[in-house]
Design a protein around this ligand. Structure first.
Ligand code: ADP
Ligand code: MG
Length: 678
């Protein structure tokens, strides 16, 4: 077996299971090794039941004394009970609604079992005991908990992965001097211990090393792009099209000074014979889209095609509407391509892109599919790029020769961080909002006062306004059938908002349904939208005036600021209410940053200062950055080190380093993730 072996050849994986794994994006051994646990459970091994502590997960040896008859409880649940003994001591094992669980036990037999301890007065119970086989009783254990999807159980992942680990050799892939310098464990140990940690210290060591490795590769990729750009950067020399003046005269508003400055910076890039690689940063609502439209228009008037990619379908549609509106007096062929474009239309659009009939294409990541070809692409714009990561940046720019690249982001990235994340790009900043914007009234409330917050929202609805309610994304786990957004929606629909038109929207919903809901919200038919952060970026509904964020202590400040930017977009006074479990002063202080300031850059700097990694464990912020373990914000210290070492390696002429460098570069090219083992 090697890391590219198909998972269907792994022992214990049948054809059906292989299919399920495929649906989780797991196709070969490498994929499964990179399927990291989302959390861990500590399990204590105890010799005697008397050592067990309330709520602890334990492993313990025992004998079956008696198997009792099932009891039907008042709440209609069935209770099954076994009495276990350990010498003189007795304790019970209990299951609710699992009639068959007890059948694996036989009276008088010895077992090693695991479960959670429940102590009531003198009586000890192990809840949902399971038999453990082949375990040593000499030390406490840390059990990996995997993100569960498609009916695959945690036990299955643990079994399959431990099988793979016992069968595979993993060779070191970092330069040895780096491993030595930082005292990292070997790659092999890191991979073993992240899946089945021998101790919490070894787990920490593994995480540190793998995060470093990921950010090192990430940095190398950015630096390589930068190098590449330096040497292969012939660009198209665009002219300043005379029609630009015409367009400026008929814009729906006057540009702010910052917008004009940034348009100028981009036009200067376009005129040069070098390619443009520019990052456009601007707070939510600062008006980046119009900047993109004006500069794309210039490229089109030079006879080239341009394209704009948005991270979600909702945004792509919105950009499409805006661009059509702004450019309505110019006879241009502008099209929208996204996941929900019909196959027939898609083909038509692809043909028109290839033969050059389309001037401007707006779309989602459907645009970077391999079979989308352009006749003469001159410039690409990617909106809210922080969701895409460098590799997409790279792939998208490969669609044409020497094209100009404009990356737009509304996440104000502190300068320190942006150097590491966007070191390959020049930066333009819009640091001014269009005139007449109202300040959004921001406050925080304890979760326990949510009822009066909902009442306030109802009051706004009665005035004709609309409301967003955002929940954090909680990964599904064994105990929870519904995601938090579904649960909240069901509750609000039955209770506080029972007479209101309320709907929900979340990432995994079919995009057709998502669009329908979004359209109805835009039209004002839906009054309350319960949502995950899919509405985070860019969505524009001027009639919405209330943003309620549930469990806001779970979000980063920058993200809360983004969410707040969804309201205050029209002529009405707007409100952002942060519901939080305010358990300590740190939470309070963080939320106060948002009340004090409306400056995205300031907020981002504060975010970087106050966001403890521990607080965020288990909540994936980087999501679509392509990083699996590291979080560029929480792990900025590792990122700095990794970036430094990546620079050292790139610049080194030492013959050994050159060999390592070329080797890594080959690996990066072949690999879609940043933790390359191959
Ligand atoms: P973002 O930078 O967050 O992408 P948008 O480009 O969506 O912001 O702009 C937010 C809103 O502000 C849009 O409705 C847009 O039409 C409007 N807008 C942009 N620039 C100006 C301006 N100079 N004056 C007035 N309104 C503007
Ligand atoms: Mg935008």
């Amino acid at each position: 077996m090697d890391i590219y072996s198909d998972i269907k050849y792994i022992k214990g994986v049948g054809p059906k299971m292989a299919e399920n794994l495929n649906m989780c994006g797991i196709f070969n051994v490498l994929d499964i090794l990179l399927y990291f646990p989302r959390d861990y459970e500590n399990v204590s091994v105890h010799k005697s039941i008397l050592e067990c502590v309330e709520s602890e997960n334990v492993i313990i040896e025992c004998n079956v004394l008696n198997i009792l008859k099932d009891v039907r409880l008042k709440n209609n649940k069935t209770l099954s009970t076994i009495v276990f003994s350990q010498g003189e001591n007795k304790f019970k094992g209990k299951w609710f609604n699992q009639k068959y669980a007890k059948n694996s036990f036989k009276v008088s037999n010895n077992y090693i079992i695991t479960g959670k301890v429940n102590k009531f007065k003198e009586e000890i119970t192990i809840m949902n005991p399971k038999i453990v086989k082949n375990t040593s009783m000499d030390s406490n254990k840390i059990i990996a908990k995997y993100p569960l999807k498609n009916n695959i159980t945690n036990n299955f992942f643990n079994k399959i992965i431990s099988g793979v680990l016992s069968d595979i050799n993993i060779t070191e892939s970092l330069p040895l001097w780096i491993v030595d310098k930082y005292g990292f464990c070997s790659l092999e140990d890191a991979v073993r211990n992240i899946h089945s940690p021998k101790s919490s210290e070894l787990l920490d060591e593994s995480r540190r090393r793998l995060k470093f490795q990921e950010l090192f590769t990430y940095s190398l990729k950015i630096l390589m792009l930068k190098e590449f750009i330096k040497f292969h950067n012939d660009g198209i020399q665009f002219k300043i099209a005379p029609e630009l003046t015409l367009l400026k005269d008929q814009l729906p508003f006057e540009l702010t000074r910052a917008q004009s400055r940034v348009v100028r910076e981009i036009l200067i890039d376009q005129k040069r014979d070098k390619g443009m690689n520019r990052l456009l940063q601007g707070d939510v609502g600062s008006g980046k889209t119009i900047v993109a439209i004006i500069t794309m228009f210039n490229v089109v008037k030079n006879g080239y095609q341009t394209s704009m990619m948005a991270p979600t379908e909702i945004l792509a549609k919105q950009h499409y509407a805006e661009i059509q509106n702004v450019l309505k007096d110019f006879p241009l062929n502008i099209k929208l391509l996204s996941g929900s474009t019909s196959a027939k239309n898609k083909q038509l659009i692809k043909d028109e892109l290839k033969n050059g009939t389309i001037d401007i294409i707006i779309g989602t990541h459907a645009l970077i599919e391999d079979n989308v070809e352009f006749k003469n692409l001159g410039m690409v714009v990617t909106d809210e790029q922080h969701r895409f990561g460098v590799s997409q940046r790279n792939r998208f720019s490969n669609k044409g020769k020497n094209i100009d690249i404009l990356v737009m982001t509304a996440t104000p990235i502190p300068r320190t961080l942006s150097l590491y994340l966007y070191g390959d790009l020049d930066v333009s900043i819009i640091d001014e909002l269009p005139p007449g914007r109202q300040k959004i009234d921001t406050s925080y409330e304890n979760m326990s006062s949510s009822d009066h917050v909902y009442d306030f929202a109802l009051n706004e609805i009665n005035k004709g306004r609309q409301v967003y309610i955002v929940c954090p994304l909680v990964e599904e786990n064994e105990d929870m059938k519904l995601s938090s957004v579904e649960m909240l929606y069901e509750k609000l629909k039955k209770e506080q908002f029972k007479d209101t038109n309320i709907a929900m929207i979340y990432g995994k919903m079919p995009s057709k349904l998502k669009n329908e809901v979004m359209d109805k919200f835009k039209d004002g038919e839906i009054k309350v939208l319960v949502s995950t952060t899919v509405i985070e970026v860019g969505v524009n509904v001027p009639n919405a005036t209330v943003m309620i964020i549930e469990n806001s202590e779970r979000f980063g400040l920058a993200q809360l600021h983004q969410l707040r930017g969804r309201v205050g977009r029209g002529k009405y006074k707007s409100y952002c209410i942060l519901l939080a479990k305010i358990t300590n002063n740190i939470v309070r202080k963080r939320l106060e940053v948002l009340i004090k300031s409306n400056d995205g850059f300031y907020i981002a700097e504060e975010d970087l200062k106050t966001r403890g990694a521990g607080e965020l464990f288990g909540i994936r912020q980087s999501g679509e950055s392509g990083l699996i373990l590291a979080d560029v914000i929480c792990d900025i210290d590792i990122l700095k080190l990794a970036n430094n070492e990546a620079k050292n390696l790139i610049q080194s002429n030492n013959s050994e380093d050159v060999v390592v460098k070329n080797d890594i570069i080959e690996k990066i090219k072949k690999s879609s993730n940043y933790i390359c083992f191959n």
